[in-house]
Design a protein around this ligand. Structure first.
Ligand code: SF4
Length: 384
């Protein structure tokens, strides 16, 4: 089965499961997989488990039994995103506070490809406002096809990177030209949570009976900050944890920012950076995003940073997740599962991830270095 077709045949959602199966059976290829934060909070529903069941360990076990050579975590790349995006925020903020009138604020998050496509079409004159940081999916692919391929001693063409995503827009993102080198994409195939569930069932894997297994390293280690990327408010909370400590050089007194959490479509909060009030906006759903963008256009926005996610609830409510039929209770349970996973983690701040620290020491240099800029940042286009 290669294509999931709508009843009228007017729309097709390309299912790359067939290509993934072919890659897994090709002995000349090394096939690795990354799995997005929101997947672990919803996949269990496809197997009759309660909404909000956290199935991280079973998910890893299932991917290993499907034959992936290395099972990694997009949360690792979410930590990397925070290193780059948090540094970009602090750079812009520093220039703004120094009186630089050319610097653009607020900075807007850029990890949701549907949102990126939205502003490229609807607000192209504002394309220099969002962070230039790639999404975690694409940061993962860029590091996998360079740093990790080098570690394995193989060519990028012989490494196949597969993503498990809560999202159908992530499939489109993989095909963008800026995420390819010599026509070889950084991420080869993205399949959704539902498509993964179908593949597990097709392979006769008894999901509920699987043991809990751990991700492989070096790209499987993540902090709690990476986990909460999967819910509305999570990206900006993760960024605040790191930006606060880098800016103030002090340890945060507490890590749970309740003022950034919740399900209202537009939220705002002011976080005290040791005497510097940072104003933060959050929107999920593109209608809500439009309101905040129109305020920026009108010169009325007072935010320093805004997180925007296209799907209601953020990625926990993504179009590739098990259907929730508009039931907000299911989204809240998935959200609670991610906050629980964050709490369970020993490390909860991206800049403390030891494999991220090692990646900068051995390969990237420092956040926003030339190499980091080349591999981990992108540009946007006027698509009107
Ligand atoms: Fe994809 Fe929705 Fe998440 Fe955006 S919010 S990355 S469209 S799942």
């Amino acid at each position: 089965q290669c294509v999931a077709v709508c009843p009228t045949g007017a729309l097709t959602e390309v299912d790359e499961t067939g290509k993934v199966i072919r890659a897994l059976s090709d002995p000349t290829k090394t096939v690795i997989v990354q799995t997005a934060p929101a997947v672990r909070a919803a996949l269990g529903e496809e197997f009759g488990m309660e909404a909000g069941s956290l199935v991280t360990g079973k998910l890893v076990a299932a991917l290993r039994r499907l034959g992936f050579d290395h099972v990694f975590d997009t949360d690792f790349a979410a930590d990397l995103t925070i290193m780059e995006e948090g540094t970009e925020l602090l750079n812009r903020l520093g220039k703004h506070l120094a009186g630089d009138k050319d610097v653009k604020l607020p900075i807007l998050t850029s990890c949701c490809p549907a949102w990126v496509k939205f502003f490229e079409h609807q607000f192209p004159e504002m394309k220099d406002i969002p962070s230039t940081a790639r999404s975690p999916q694409q940061m993962f692919g860029a590091i996998a096809k360079t740093y990790f391929a080098d570690q394995l001693g193989i060519k990028r063409e012989d490494l196949v990177v597969v993503s498990i995503m809560p999202c159908v827009a992530k499939k489109y993102e993989c095909g963008r030209d800026e995420f390819k080198t010599n026509d070889n994409p950084d991420v080869d195939h993205a399949i959704t949570t539902r498509e993964l569930a179908a593949l597990i069932k097709l392979s006769n894997i008894e999901f509920k009976s699987l043991p809990n297994e751990d991700f492989d390293n070096p790209m499987g280690e993540s902090t709690g900050a990476g986990v909460i990327f999967g819910t509305t408010g999570g990206v900006i909370e993760a960024a605040v944890r790191t930006a606060y400590e880098i800016h103030t050089k002090k340890e945060l007194p507490h890590l749970d920012f309740d003022e950034l959490r919740g399900m209202e479509g537009i939220r705002e909060a002011t976080i005290d950076f040791d005497g510097l009030p940072i104003k933060i906006g959050i929107a999920h759903g593109l209608g809500n995003a439009r309101k905040l963008l129109e305020d920026i256009q009108a010169g009325k926005s007072e935010f320093h940073a805004i997180e925007i996610m296209s799907c209601p609830g953020g990625c926990i409510g993504g179009g590739g997740q098990p259907y929730h039929h508009g039931d907000a209770g299911i989204l809240k349970k998935r959200q609670a599962a991610l906050y629980q996973e964050d709490k369970n983690k020993t490390l909860r701040k991206s800049h403390e991830n030891p494999h991220i620290i090692e990646l900068y020491e051995k390969f990237l240099g420092e956040p926003m270095s030339d190499k980091a800029h080349h591999l981990l940042h992108t540009e946007y286009f006027d698509r009107t």
